[in-house]
Design a protein around this ligand. Structure first.
Ligand code: ZN
Length: 605
């Protein structure tokens, strides 16, 4: 626990304040940490103790949570090579060390490649269509470098709005290429090319699987998950693809026609998709993301999010003091009705140059029983939204509001647990393909009028979001959802095939990872893609995160979260009774019992 707490902090800082000094310290210590955990996972004395406990009479006296911890441990010992002969144990350890190093390098390359690219635009005419706040930020960035003009970057708060709104097609094409070739052999600098890292990572994962007696890494990855086998996952994804693809094809056909008729774009290119989609959405539903964004200033959104949580789970949230790694970070406490601390969390909302992209939640400290009382959990919530510009509050798009709710859902899984047994409290021990249940569940509230009305206030007038505008958003909610669905399925299939498409000889059936991407695209993709597209080279989820042979989890858990939310729709979306049942049966239970069991306990089926 002490090591976990310390290393979690280092790991986190390496992601959010990725300075040279922090990176060097991280890389210097990573092999030692990996070493320690591999040794711990293979320790035959400890393993023997666990086995003895499992066979002893004391076993029957243990509670369900304790029993589950022991069973998980026994499973994990096997997966860590505890049953291997000595020389294979040593090899297993080398493999783990190299994999850890490769993952760290992968992330560094993506961040460096992202930061290394920028485009100084001198003529503001080239930015026609781009929202004012994005232009203001680009001007500030250029000024900070001592330049006149506007500095465009590949960080999401700049990249996305340029792709969505810039009328200048060449500018979009330039930005698209820069983004899609990051950390690839086509990128700006070969030192950040992740191609070899990807091949080596897959090779080592396969070796690990063979050492453990499995046919491929996907099988290893699925042992602690809900899904039973790679073929079950493939069947799930392909079934979903077959149902979604006709809708995706209709989406792209409509976009094609609209682009030709209204935008003079006779042939849609990859860099036109976001732009044409936004224009079509505006034409069809008479609103734009930019208009909606004016109603979601950060303070109002955060208060609205807290209000939902306070109402559903009978807790209160207030800001508190703690040391922070950046001035923009905020710290909060959750207290129960008796004013006792339930948990604490940090919010780090804005994109920065030295911060990894994306949004995620980390659980450095979990709830557990200690001699002196209960240690409460602490969460780190990280997003990459645009920071406030020129004294105005940060404004969030509805997508960003949804992302914030999503990450907070993960946070609640950790913070509202009642389990005090280490290993199964919070998200610990929860099947990976069920961890997106509480997070995707929270997203639903961003579509409820009562919630949205209370968490919106126009940045200038202070007026809540007009009902008419909200109705248009709801009407547009499933706009292009066919395309969005097949895109997620594409990622899931690529991930699964990379880790499971191996022959009886243990060798991959595909020639290169890029071939897998091409094959899957032929199968499910409906949108134009560029020859230079090397998105696999920045796919950190599966090469530097925990989603290897697990990306399908988003869709898998969405089935559960949608069904869970339907009970709220039936009983009132802000019903404290249903909220407390959701907390009692799902959030509070953590990994102390199977995810499906928790789901059935909540949903009654
Ligand atoms: Zn998530």
């Amino acid at each position: 626990d002490r090591l976990d707490r310390a290393w979690s902090a280092v790991n986190h800082l390496n992601a959010v304040v990725s300075t040279k000094a922090m990176r060097d310290a991280y890389h210097a210590n990573l092999p030692r940490i990996t070493d320690f955990y591999t040794d711990l996972g293979q320790d035959s004395r400890l393993y023997a103790r666990y086995k003895a406990l499992r066979e002893s009479r004391e076993w029957t006296a243990l509670g369900d949570a304790e029993k589950r911890v022991i069973d998980n441990e026994l499973r994990d010992f096997k997966l860590s090579g505890a049953e291997l002969p000595a020389f294979e144990k040593a090899r297993f350890k080398e493999v783990q060390e190299e994999l850890a190093q490769l993952a760290a390098d992968f992330d560094d390359h993506v961040l460096d490649a992202t930061n290394a690219w920028s485009l100084l635009v001198e003529d503001i005419g080239r930015l026609a269509g781009v929202p004012d706040d994005v232009i203001a930020e680009a001007r500030n960035e250029a000024r900070a470098d001592g330049h006149a003009g506007y500095k465009l970057t590949l960080r999401m708060p700049c990249y996305l709005p340029v792709m969505q709104y810039a009328d200048d097609r060449d500018l979009r094409a330039t930005m698209h290429r820069a983004n899609a070739t990051r950390a690839s052999e086509l990128g700006a600098d070969p030192q950040w090319d992740n191609t070899a890292i990807i091949e080596r990572t897959l090779q080592l994962r396969q070796e690990e699987a063979r050492l453990l007696g499995y046919a491929n890494f996907a099988e290893v990855s699925l042992v602690p998950k809900m899904a039973g086998s790679p073929s079950e996952v493939m069947a799930f994804l392909r079934d979903l693809a077959a149902r979604a693809k006709p809708f995706a094809e209709r989406d792209i056909r409509e976009l094609d026609e609209f682009a030709a008729q209204s935008l003079g774009i006779t042939r849609l290119e990859p860099w036109d998709l976001a732009y044409a989609s936004e224009k079509l959405k505006t034409a069809r539903y008479a609103f734009s993301d930019q208009e909606v964004k004016q109603y979601f200033p950060e303070p109002k959104v955060v208060a609205g999010l807290f209000h939902v949580v306070e109402t559903l789970y009978d807790v209160s949230i207030r800001e508190a003091q703690a040391p922070k790694w950046h001035k923009d970070v905020r710290f909060f406490e959750i207290r129960d009705r008796a004013d006792a601390i339930v948990g604490q969390f940090f919010m780090d909302n804005y994109a920065r140059a030295d911060k990894q992209g994306g949004a995620w939640m980390d659980d450095p400290i979990n709830r557990r029983e200690l001699a002196g009382g209960v240690q409460h959990p602490i969460a780190w919530l990280t997003c990459n939204f645009a920071a406030p510009v020129d004294g105005r509050p940060a404004l969030f798009t509805h997508d960003e509001v949804t992302t914030l709710f999503h990450e907070f859902g993960h946070g609640l899984h950790l913070l509202l647990t009642r389990i005090t047994t280490p290993g199964v409290s919070g998200m610990q021990g929860v099947e990976w393909d069920a961890v997106e249940l509480p997070s995707q569940f929270m997203e639903n509230f961003c579509w409820e009028w009562d919630v949205v009305r209370d968490m919106s206030a126009h940045v200038e007038s202070g007026e809540p979001l007009p009902r008419a505008l909200f109705d248009k958003m709801v009407a547009a909610r499933n706009f292009q959802s066919g395309m969005a669905t097949v895109r997620q399925i594409e990622f899931g299939l690529v991930d699964m095939l990379l880790h499971s498409d191996y022959g009886a000889d243990g060798r991959p059936r595909y020639a290169t990872p890029a071939d897998v991407v091409r094959t899957v695209r032929r199968e499910v993709n409906v949108v134009p893609t560029a020859d230079y597209d090397r998105r696999l080279d920045s796919f950190g989820h599966i090469f530097a995160g925990g989603y290897a042979a697990g990306y399908y989890s988003y869709k898998w858990a969405e089935v559960l979260s949608a069904d869970a939310y339907s009970l709220f729709e039936e009983t009132g979306v802000l019903s404290p009774a249903t909220g407390s049942r959701f907390r009692d049966e799902i959030l509070a239970r953590g990994g102390s019992r199977g995810a499906l069991e928790s789901f059935v306990a909540f949903r009654g089926r």
